[in-house]
Design a binder for this molecule. Structure first.
Ligand code: ADP
Ligand code: MG
Length: 792
């Protein structure tokens, strides 16, 4: 039997059960089973005295006592009274009465495990697990596994699964006893001469087999195990399924979490490729060509982001325009955080290392001016820059706020969106390719193939979580358009890296533009570190001076009159108000009805106030028109759908009303609220909800009232929704972890990240002897089809 043998080889499993386990839980092999971990333990070793039961209502405990009496009560239940030195208690069964009754005889001593409940001040334990013979295997720490209804019906409930695990573990234990030195081999991590030849042959499978025996091989270098005081791998698998104590179980969990997170970080930071996938994108092909290491496995394992020429970036040292801007154009004082971040960015861009940076900053923290300053650095160095936003409204806003400043500095800019007219588009594209236009703002339209830059030095992507990974990486490749076909051919033919280096010098445009992606922190720190492990991160952790925290209230539908009063007061003070309605994808018709009804009722309530409407179905000219009226303060109330969710900046707007707030996710609510509180006036957010709320939506709304801190909200969101839903679909697979939890195991996430980064820095190809074990485990992961190519 090997680790990858079918589970039906295990005693007590059989074809039927094996089939079910595969269908329900995707457990096919012995290894799959071993990797199916319990989610908690029941400590059956802890017995309490019966008089203490009242302190343990509804929690699992064991008691030990002598049976006093056994009787059928009320014709429908079996009641056994047991007593110890301190008190007595009744154990009750409604099912299986005759079977259990047969075994319970007054006078015998038993251990009962279960949950005491209190009914009419009387404590009893219903359907306890019994142990009629003390000190048997049942007096242990029992792992609890998730099962399904289908499995439970076929005796594969948690206990049934535990039994299979025990069987596997006992086989492993026996193997260890037979070949005592395997443990030593494990510790040494690698291939040693004292191992018999047929042993060696199977080492590649990451398991030691000798005469068909199962062993679990270490996958972490011994220096890490020692330094972090980790349990060794085989021991961890034994202990997680059959712990000798709760403490050992904890150690096993920690060890397995560690390895899971460690390999996650290795994958992220190294960009491991799946050797089975052939369809690769252009840039990666180039990487393959230049890979000096001709070993097939190395070529498949890594595209070396860290250490080859493509890691080099444009050197932008000239900062004249930036300094001009700071001295004559900037009309506020930068926050300390902004100063630090622009220094980080300048350093990065001026040193010739390719910038791939995530700028995190809560809504309103002032990311736009950072984008502008970065753009100025690129322009000073005679390169072009582009800034991409997820919506037309936002792209227009950026253009409208930044164009006057760029004009003053003598820099030509333009904007390209889906609604740019064909004639104008043609002109823009031509001027862009000639290099007349220095800064191009826009939406996704920017990534179309027809958009060709003369020399793109920087791409800024605002609200990056709105874009898919593929869209972003297309921007990154913009400069590739400039290599002509002959050059492409010659690069492809040059397998020798020296030639490649020469050709890259001739083709400076081969370098990718510096990249700055910006986000309003709906990404908790741990997630950012994990999903964006290969990005540098800059953080704006400070709000501009003079901002007052937004006051948030949560109203039920019926308090609408009070709300209208409040709206009137704000409008009378000269302020502006947003009223936002949800968009529910499944029922677009209904959505607009909500919006329409809302608009009508607001109109009736405020007959003298100019009101605007904005939603995604409007033609973009109409959107611009409405937006423009609101920006200029000609309309006072803006009734809208979530099209205004991201980025909109109108400092005079001081009240955000969110209708049916229970329908929004936390980060969306936070983004919406971020539309106000952008000036010096006190701002407010009112969440209006119905009465029937789920526990989660209550929690979301309460979180919004409690805090305005984007990080806290993001963490809370992560806990409510789980990491899989936090990012675009591309990344969710990455975060489906077996045992570790990105949100809860923050400490391990950052520790494994540091260790992994350090290893890859000092030994990028993992050729050092002590790191061989990592390399061979990665190989195994790839053989299993692990695909990490989508991470950016
Ligand atoms: P976000 O980070 O949400 O994109 P913006 O860049 O739109 O925020 O900035 C919000 C508002 O704050 C804008 O009106 C901007 O001009 C202003 N702002 C940015 N930085 C400062 C600062 N240091 N002092 C005062 N106001 C600032
Ligand atoms: Mg913004």
């Amino acid at each position: 039997m090997l680790l990858n043998s079918d589970l039906e080889n295990i005693k007590g499993v059989g074809k039927q059960k094996a089939k079910l386990l595969y269908k329900e839980l995707k457990i096919k092999t012995i290894e799959d089973a071993l990797n199916y971990f319990p989610f908690r333990y029941e400590d059956k070793t802890k017995t309490i005295s019966i008089s203490e039961l009242k302190d343990y209502i509804n929690s699992n405990i064991s008691i030990c006592g002598t049976i006093n009496s056994v009787k059928i009560a009320g014709g429908n239940r079996l009641v056994a009274e047991i007593k110890d030195d301190t008190a007595s208690v009744e154990l009750v069964w409604f099912r299986g009465m005759s079977w259990i009754g047969k075994q319970l005889k007054p006078g015998i001593t038993i251990t009962a495990y279960g949950k005491p409940t209190s009914y009419n001040n009387k404590i009893n334990i219903t359907h306890p697990e019994l142990n009629l013979y003390s000190n048997s295997e049942n007096d242990t720490i029992a792992p609890v596994y998730k099962s399904t209804e289908v499995l439970a019906r076929r005796f594969l409930n948690s206990k049934g699964i535990a039994k299979i695990q025990r069987e596997i573990i006992s086989i492993i234990k026996k193997n260890i006893a037979d070949i005592p030195n395997t443990k030593e081999i494990n510790k040494e991590n690698a291939i040693h001469d004292n191992v018999s030849p047929d042993f060696k042959n199977t080492l590649n499978d990451n398991e030691y087999t000798s005469k068909n025996k199962i062993f679990i091989v270490e996958n972490l270098p011994s220096y890490i195990i020692e330094k972090e005081s980790l349990m060794d791998r085989q021991e961890a698998f034994l202990q997680i399924h059959c712990p000798s104590s709760l403490q050992k179980a904890d150690e096993a969990i920690k060890r397995l979490k560690f390895e899971e997170l460690f390999y996650l970080q290795i994958r992220i930071n190294k960009g491991i490729r799946n050797s089975k996938k052939e369809s690769r994108e252009e840039t990666l092909k180039t990487h393959e060509v230049i890979d000096e290491n001709n070993s097939e496995i190395d070529k498949n394992l890594f595209h070396n982001k860290e250490d080859d020429d493509l890691q080099k970036g444009f050197i932008f040292k000239d900062r004249t325009l930036l300094d001009n801007f700071l001295s004559s154009e900037l009309d506020f004082t930068l926050t300390n955080a902004q100063e630090i971040v622009i220094k980080e960015i300048y350093r990065n861009m001026s040193l010739g290392k390719h910038m791939n940076r995530l700028l995190q900053g809560d809504v309103g923290s002032g990311k736009t001016v950072i984008a502008l300053m970065s753009i100025l650095i690129a322009i000073s160095n005679k390169y072009q820059a582009t800034m991409m936003a997820p919506t037309e409204i936002l792209a227009e806003q950026h253009y409208n706020t930044l164009k006057p400043i760029l004009d003053n500095l003598g820099i030509k800019s333009s904007i390209l969106t889906g609604s740019t007219k064909t004639r104008l588009r043609k002109d823009i594209l031509a001027e862009l390719e000639m290099g007349y236009i220095k800064v191009l703002f826009g939406t996704h339209s920017l990534i179309e193939d027809t958009v060709v830059f003369k020399n793109l030095g920087l791409a800024v992507i605002d609200e990056q979580h709105r874009f898919g990974v593929a869209q972003r990486s297309k921007l990154w490749k913009k400069n590739m358009h400039n290599i002509n076909e002959t050059n492409k051919q010659s690069i492809a033919n040059n397998t020798k890296s020296q030639n490649y280096k020469t050709s890259i010098k001739e083709n400076i445009h081969m370098l990718p533009p510096h990249i700055l992606v910006m986000t309003a922190t709906p990404i908790p720190r741990t997630l950012a570190m994990t999903a964006y492990g290969n990005l540098d991160i800059s953080t704006l952790d400070e709000m501009p001076q003079g901002r007052k925290p937004i006051k948030t209230a949560w109203l039920k539908d019926s308090s609408r009159l009070k709300l209208f009063d409040f709206i009137k007061k704000q409008v009378n003070k000269g302020r502006q108000v947003y009223i936002v309605y949800p968009l529910i994808e499944e029922s677009k018709v209904l959505d607009y009805k909500y919006l329409e009804d809302g608009y009508e009722s607001i109109k009736r309530a405020f007959p003298d106030v100019p009101i605007g409407v904005l939603h995604g179905r409007m033609r973009s000219e109409d959107k611009d028109y409405e937006m423009d009226l609101f920006v200029k303060g000609k309309t006072k109330i803006m009734v809208a759908t979530t099209v205004i969710e991201v980025g909109i900046n109108i400092p005079n707007a001081t009240l955000m009303v969110i209708e049916s707030a229970e329908r929004f996710g936390l980060s969306q609510l936070h983004q919406l609220r971020g539309r106000v509180g952008r000036g010096t006036e006190q701002s407010y957010c009112v969440l209006v909800s119905g009465y029937k709320l789920t526990k989660d939506s209550k929690e979301r709304l309460a979180t919004m009232v409690r805090t305005t801190d984007g990080f806290e909200i993001a963490d809370s969101d992560l806990k409510l929704r789980g990491p899989g839903n936090m990012l675009g679909t591309q990344q969710s697979g990455l975060l489906e972890l077996k045992i570790a939890d990105i949100a809860k195991d923050e400490c391990l996430v950052s520790k494994t990240r540091d260790i992994a980064k350090n290893i890859l820095k000092n030994d990028p190809k993992l050729i050092k002897k002590e790191n061989e074990v990592i390399k061979s485990y990665i190989k195994k992961l790839i053989e299993q089809g692990v695909d990490m190519t989508g991470i950016s």
